[in-house]
Ligand binder design. Structure first.
Ligand SMILES: N=CN[C@@H](CCC(=O)O)C(=O)O
Ligand SMILES: [Zn+2]
Length: 407
């Protein structure tokens, strides 16, 4: 063993690895060394370590990988939520309310709020998070949002193309998003996204944004098919986006197109050419009273799925991935293993951080295997099934993030 502190977690009732072989081990143990996993196997064969944690039969999963959130904001949209619960439809226009509050907040306030949301997520088992910009909507505030996000979360996505701000011309604003605003955020971000939807950005504007961001070297993601059928999914496929998110309204052709992107992928080994992940956001679907995304049909068609919380003030003010997993099992007809996989490995895949194409696993999150980041979630339960069997019960018992015990 190296000079780093090692921790043996033994007596694990169920170790759901979500590794390449989809292994679920009983009576297992894990050794963490520094920030990585150095050993997994039967508890009876575990090596000794500097520290020892007795899991007392509890289940251990990879930490949740939340691949879709909007954490850089100030303000509150309770009134909009109440109106929606009274029958009003969600529309993209509500974003402007948050933009006003976000622009008015100081750097310190935005940082404090974002860090608080990250802490809330980690306390519930999330160990790897993405956040988007998208409530600044001018050059200065998008750059500021990107800078704060880069200091707060693991992966940052540029979403200048979230809404055309009040008073702006849509074509001129799209030029700004594709030009000077992109240059300003570029040092802080590795992904770009566009809200391709009625009331937000048209197909043509979305295509311009995706082209400029791809040319700037950013990985791509798309908010698509959230409020109705539309071009989002097909655009994501055309541009080879890492994920298309929401996917509530899909035609048979959309599902077929997404499945086609996974033709060069070997799902049993997690190797080959990555396609476009379909990211389902069930908490958002419930909070906006949209139909749940057809996760079952997507998996059956061969599409790789992610589940994410989409924490934001408008459509999904929660960071609870457990709630998403519960809903995916109870309402979307995923098995517990599929739902947990989508919320761990699937999120990592959507962020290019799964291990398949990375032989030594150095960058890998979202699965438990030797060499991967030690992101572990121990449940107050003997199996992951309890996430669905005991809906609403806070089941997080312990969390390690990059080898550090956080809960
Ligand atoms: N759909 C677009 N963006 C966010 C909601 C933004 C808002 O309403 O503030 C989402 O992912 O749901
Ligand atoms: Zn979103």
């Amino acid at each position: 063993m190296s000079g780093q502190t090692s921790t043996l977690i033994s007596n694990i009732g169920e170790l759901m690895t979500q590794d390449a072989e989809h292994r679920v081990l009983k009576d297992a143990a894990v050794v963490i060394e520094g920030e990585r996993i150095s050993w997994i196997g039967p508890a009876s064969e575990a090596p000794s370590a500097d520290e020892h944690v007795d899991a007392e039969g509890r289940a251990v999963l990879p930490g949740w990988v939340d691949s879709h959130s909007h954490l850089i904001f100030a303000g509150d949209r309770t009134a909009e939520f109440e109106a929606r619960m009274a029958g009003q439809r969600y529309s993209a226009g509500g974003i402007a309310v948050t933009t006003g509050a976000t622009r008015a907040a100081s750097d310190e306030e935005l940082t404090r709020l974002a860090a608080g949301r990250v802490a809330e997520a980690v306390s519930q088992g999330t160990t790897y998070l993405e956040s988007k910009t998208g409530y600044g909507l001018d050059l200065e505030n998008e750059a500021r949002s990107a800078r704060i996000a880069a200091a707060t979360v693991d992966e940052v996505t540029y979403l200048g193309a979230h809404l055309v701000p009040a008073g702006a011309d849509a074509e001129e604003y799209t030029d700004l998003v594709c030009g000077p605003m992109l240059d300003a955020v570029r040092p802080y971000v590795s992904w770009a996204d566009v809200f391709c939807e009625r009331g937000a950005f048209t197909e043509d504007q979305s295509r311009r944004v995706l082209t400029a961001c791809r040319d700037a070297g950013l990985g791509l993601r798309v908010h698509g098919n959230q409020l109705g059928e539309g071009p989002g999914v097909q655009l994501a496929v055309e541009f080879g986006a890492a994920s298309v998110d929401h996917v509530n309204y899909l035609s048979a052709a959309d599902i077929e197109a997404l499945a086609g992107t996974w033709g060069g992928w070997d799902a049993s080994t997690g190797t080959g050419t990555r396609g476009t992940v379909a990211t389902c956001l069930p908490a958002c679907d419930l909070s906006t009273r949209q139909p749940l995304a057809p996760g079952r049909a997507l998996i059956d068609a061969g599409v790789q799925l992610a589940l994410a919380a989409n924490c934001n003030p408008g459509t999904s003010y929660t960071s609870s991935i457990a709630f998403c997993v519960t809903t995916a099992v109870l309402q979307m007809h995923l098995s517990v293993h599929e739902a947990v996989r989508a919320a761990t490995y699937g999120g990592a895949l959507a962020l290019g951080r799964e291990s398949g194409n990375d032989v030594d696993g150095e960058r890998a999150v979202g699965s438990i295997a030797v060499g991967h980041r030690a992101d572990l979630h121990m449940l107050k339960a003997p199996s992951a099934t309890h996430l669905a069997y005991r809906p609403g019960i806070p089941l997080t018992f312990a969390v390690w993030r990059a080898g550090v015990r956080e809960v």
